[in-house]
Design a binder for this molecule. Structure first.
Ligand code: 13P
Ligand code: SF4
Length: 305
């Protein structure tokens, strides 16, 4: 039996669901029950009836699924798949910043460790950061935003408020430069430019839309344009081309690859189903504290849908 057929068989036997992020390898996206952005994956983890979640993404995403569904077995096929941006702020560093701004409310981007989430008031993803800030600014004189300085700047400007940013960033998105967009736009003047808000503000300023990864698929599906310049990780191209087979998508550069997102292979997914390794485990106290900002994000996002 080949890997794909064996994965399908074992998935049933284990009562498992496979969740995959939009940057995963095409063959991994294709065997997933659900492929999406960080927000969609969290919502899916919250509502699934499966006993086991095989999470194809990076560690903070699997951790978020565990925090939302602690009674479930959450398995990450390669536990070394981390997110360098999430590791740019520690709980101790955040506590120090909070001590200097005792009145401030704290927003954590979902790209954070569980320990950091446990220190925060509300979580956000790239899909709802503007909405979360618009809501929070009504009740907070000061807002700390960790760890992505680019998403912080973009969301604060859109929400019309100031934030105290942490100097973190995504090393993959930071490699996308305004020159990439300008050059491609000269070659494809009719193309719409879609960017991820983890990009530098100078890149976002050149975009027709700044969107989460799932937002990009929705935008491309609904927009009349036939060509799109895509400023994000190249894994995104697979989902866009699948959703819109007649449209054309141009990556800003084939080199914009998140190495951690590419660590999960079909073989590792199969092994994860066979062995139920590697399970995400977190102390109960961290789960309880980290669940609050995630739950608040979900509640605020639902009410504004
Ligand atoms: P999305 O939530 O938009 O999928 O982004 C997650 C991420 O890590 C982007 O680098
Ligand atoms: Fe983290 Fe950037 Fe990779 Fe997303 S693309 S998982 S932010 S390193």
């Amino acid at each position: 039996m080949n890997a794909v057929a064996e994965i399908a068989r074992l998935k049933k036997e284990r009562h498992a669901v496979i969740l995959a992020h939009n940057y995963q390898l095409p063959e991994v996206q294709d065997i997933a029950d659900y492929t999406g952005d960080s927000l969609g994956l969290s919502l899916e983890a919250a509502k699934t009836k499966a006993e086991v979640i095989i999470f194809c993404g990076v560690y903070f995403m699997a951790e978020t699924a565990k925090i939302i569904s602690p009674e479930k077995t959450v398995v990450i096929p390669d536990p070394t798949a981390g997110c360098p941006m999430a590791d740019m702020v520690s709980a101790a560093q955040l506590r120090e910043l909070k001590a200097r701004h005792p009145q401030a409310k704290v927003v954590c981007y979902v790209n954070t460790t569980a320990e950091v989430k446990a220190e925060c008031d509300v979580c956000c993803t790239s899909a709802n950061a503007v909405l979360i800030l618009k809501k929070l600014k009504k009740e907070a004189a000061e807002i700390i935003f960790v760890p992505d300085k680019y998403l912080a700047g973009y969301a604060a400007q859109k929400a019309g408020c100031a934030v105290i940013p942490w100097p973190g960033y995504c090393p993959t998105h930071a490699r996308i430069l305004p020159e990439h967009i300008v050059k491609l736009k000269q070659e494809r003047p009719m193309a719409k430019v879609i960017v991820h808000p983890e990009c530098n503000g100078l890149v976002v300023a050149l975009a027709d839309a700044a969107l989460s990864t799932a937002g990009m698929i929705k935008y491309a599906s609904e927009n009349d344009a036939e060509e799109f310049i895509v400023a994000t990780e190249t894994g995104m191209l697979h989902g866009l081309r699948k959703a819109c087979p007649r449209k054309r998508f141009y990556p800003v550069s084939e080199e914009i690859v998140c190495p951690n997102m590419k660590k999960t292979t079909l073989e590792k997914v199969l092994r994860a189903l066979q062995t139920l390794e590697f399970q995400v485990e977190l102390p109960g106290e961290i789960i309880n504290r980290a669940r609050l900002p995630i739950q608040r994000m979900m509640d605020w996002t639902k009410k504004n849908d």
